[in-house]
Write a protein that binds this ligand. Structure first.
Ligand code: SAH
Length: 346
């Protein structure tokens, strides 16, 4: 197995069969070696800097019906809210004053936020905070829409592919969603010059070493600047309510492998990881991650953006605890960076 790690480090890719052999490896020493190598390549590129993104979850409405997500259209218990332009800019301002220079606007696919409404929001943030990066995570839209948002000032876009396996994609999403549409959107985003984020849940129903191998092949081919990886966590009001939570250990291993595949990748220690494990943030960084996304969503609605049960919204996950987060990072040898945290190209 170590020879596969050597090959990965040297060539930055493996075949489907090789990934499929490596991912289920049961030898803890092998994974410790992979983790150490991931850390050393990360430190070479980014040092011990951890980039901060202030996350603003601005709408809990969604037209999609993804089987895993608590905000799916059919969820009756989901509390729906939307923030207006002023509230979003205010949230950015409080983050800016605390030192954030990177904002992520995330939401369900809410038809209310047409380009006519979304473009002015992006433009207002761009104007108010010219030195901050703007990331959108609002699902699948047309090329024209992505283009208009890019021109309004958006720099980055997060759109996890969720799984690169057709059959698995179908287990997770009802019609008319499709993997080819999703990947088409990712290619369009890259083409328009967005720093683009793909990614997948770990341990979602139907996943396997085979589907994870396909994820790694897609990532190797697409070369996204960011990869979001977190464990699947069931939500009580979804068809997957009785499914098992994804493994924290496997999530950490996949983080290390993605770091080895692209030493330059922007890799968050996700909220799902922090929810599944009280030490998820530090464990994620110690597996090769270099980004954290504290929550800047205003408190009256923050508890309503429930994509899975038990989602952490306080402590390490809360932007208002930035001083505490920075101290925790420092205690583990990391430095909270208040730069935009762009992808460093080769
Ligand atoms: N509507 C946007 C944002 C989705 S929420 C979009 O389509 O991109 C961001 C991510 O949360 C999703 O891409 C998914 O990977 C993750 N997620 C959703 N439900 C989850 C669950 N039950 N457990 C873990 N992660 C989940």
């Amino acid at each position: 197995m170590i020879d596969l790690l050597d090959r990965l480090s040297a060539h930055r890719s493996l075949s489907q069969d090789e990934w499929e052999a490596l991912i289920p490896c049961a030898d803890p020493l092998f994974w410790e070696e992979a983790r150490c190598r991931a850390l050393s390549v990360r430190d070479e590129v980014y040092g011990r800097n951890v980039f901060l993104r202030g996350l603003i979850e601005f709408t809990s409405f969604c037209r999609n019906d993804c089987y895993y997500c608590g905000l799916r259209r059919s969820s009756r218990s989901a509390e729906r809210y939307r923030l207006g332009l002023g509230e979003i800019v205010d949230a950015c301002r409080s983050g800016y004053e605390a030192g954030f220079r990177s904002f992520v606007l995330q939401g369900g696919e809410d038809p209310f936020f047409t380009d006519e409404r979304m473009v002015p929001i992006v433009a207002a943030i761009r104007k108010a905070f010219p030195d901050a990066a703007i990331t959108l995570s609002i699902g699948e839209r047309s090329r024209e829409s992505y283009k208009a948002l890019r021109e309004a000032g958006a720099d980055r876009y997060l759109l996890r592919h969720e799984t690169a396996d057709e059959a698995h994609y179908r287990i997770l999403h009802p019609q008319p969603m499709s993997l080819s549409e999703r990947i088409g959107c990712l290619r369009t985003l890259k083409d328009l010059g967005y720093q683009t984020g793909a990614g997948m849940m770990i341990g979602s129903p139907g996943s396997s070493a085979h589907t994870l191998a396909e994820d790694m092949l897609l990532i190797a081919e697409l070369q996204p600047e960011m990869v979001g990886i977190g464990p699947f966590i069931p939500h009580h009001d979804t068809p997957f309510s009785a499914e098992r939570q994804g493994s924290v250990e496997l999530t950490l291993r996949m983080l290390s492998l993605v770091r080895l595949l692209d030493p330059h990748v922007l890799l968050p220690a996700t909220t799902a990881l922090g929810t599944a494990d009280a030490d998820g943030l530090i464990k994620g960084l110690d597996a090769g991650a270099n980004v954290i996304m504290p929550n800047l969503t205003p408190s009256p609605v923050r508890s309503k953006y429930l994509i899975y049960d038990g989602k952490k919204i306080s402590g390490d996950e809360a932007a208002e605890n930035l001083a505490m987060i920075s101290a925790k990072l420092a205690a583990h040898g990391y430095r909270a960076s208040t730069t935009r945290g762009d992808y460093i190209a080769y």
